[in-house]
Design a protein around this ligand. Structure first.
Ligand code: BT5
Length: 324
């Protein structure tokens, strides 16, 4: 997308629904009135409703519920995250595309987002159901100056950011189930997948995949996950636009990420514990090595789960599925 388009959207965001004269727009963008008109037409094709009135100029009446770069950048308040957006109507997986872009040197904050994923992935190559137009399917590239063993901290950081964004937009308070499930009333509304490109001592990039069910009704979930999955609309009782949610996730994420780079994981850990459901409770952890039962005692400073078994032995778990 062009820089001019981005500036135009910033102008409309500042105008806050008021009219902007064609003259003013063309001055600010440094392009002709005819060029302004062409940009307006393209926004209309994308579903933006724009009113044009002689002598007053243009104003935005409504925005479509799409997750295009234009929609996300209209009113985006972050400093770097999401300033470069790759939008697709349909992809196999935004993770794959973001990984490729990261490998090719895409800057920190680059976002890949799609209306639909045909092969959305969870952990361990599980499937992530990502139907057209109803959820948020996106992958963000970060380049934190940390060693690879600290990367699990980022999954937890993102879980906090996503929870805060849900809370901010819907007023509902989600729970986090270690390591990456975001729950509303005990059902999963969002999942996070963190993948690394790293040298032995240093992370090159982290690809953060976020999947969030926003406007699905319960019958729109496939049979096998209907009992465990939910959407924000189901829990809130109303549909909502996805672009503002993405903006809020990016904003919360940027704030926490800055805090993390400056002060380390401690402050994030405290926030995470505030949302965590399983701490202090008996859980079953399914790891690749087998099943373990115990009491979840908390997380380590590296983001590992601490499990206390019946012999009061502590186990530190890198990766598992937790059943409450
Ligand atoms: C996750 O895996 O929760 C991580 C999901 C990450 C998805 C995003 S979307 C954008 C980016 N691109 C991708 O290809 N992936 C990322 P995990 O903890 O392994 O959970 C997977 C399990 O959740 C599945 O085995 C199902 O049981 C369940 N599941 C699948 N789709 C779901 C959905 N839409 N909502 C709730 N649960 C779902």
């Amino acid at each position: 997308q062009s820089d001019t388009r981005k500036k135009l959207l910033e102008l409309f965001a500042e105008a806050n629904g008021e009219f902007l004269s064609g003259q003013k727009i063309s001055e600010q963008l440094g392009c002709s009135r005819a060029a302004v008109w062409k940009h307006i037409e393209e926004l209309r094709k994308e579903g933006f409703e724009l009113e044009a009135v002689r002598r007053l100029g243009y104003r935005i009446v409504s925005t479509p519920d799409k997750v295009t770069a234009n929609e996300i950048q209209l009113g985006l308040k972050t400093e770097t995250l999401g300033h470069m957006i790759h939008f697709f109507e349909e992809v196999d997986s935004t993770q794959r595309i973001a990984a490729k872009l990261a490998y090719e040197g895409a800057p920190e904050g680059t976002l890949v987002v799609a209306e639909e994923q045909k092969a959305g992935r969870g952990r361990l190559d599980r499937k992530w159901f990502s139907p057209q137009g109803t959820g948020i399917w996106m992958s963000l590239i970060l380049r934190p100056p940390i060693p690879p063993q600290q990367a699990p901290q980022l999954t937890l950081l993102v879980a906090v950011a996503v929870s805060q964004a849900i809370q901010e937009v819907t007023g509902l308070v989600p729970d986090i189930k270690w390591p990456n499930d975001i729950l509303l009333h005990g059902k999963k509304c969002a999942g996070i997948l963190t993948e690394l490109q790293a040298d032995p001592d240093r992370v090159r990039s982290v690809i953060i995949g976020i999947g969030m069910n926003v406007n699905q009704t319960s019958t729109q979930f496939p049979e096998d996950i209907r009992a465990i999955a939910t959407s924000l609309a189901i829990e809130k009782g109303e549909r909502m636009k996805r672009a503002p949610l993405i903006q809020e996730i990016l904003l919360q994420l940027e704030r926490l990420y800055k805090q993390y780079l400056e002060h380390g994981f401690r402050p994030i850990k405290l926030l995470w514990e505030g949302y965590a459901v399983s701490i202090g409770k008996p859980v079953t952890a399914r790891t690749l090595d087998g099943v373990m039962r115990g009491i979840a005692r908390g997380i380590t400073d590296d983001g590992l789960l601490i499990l206390e078994d019946e012999q009061n032995q502590l186990h530190y778990i890198h990766s598992a599925d937790i059943q409450l």
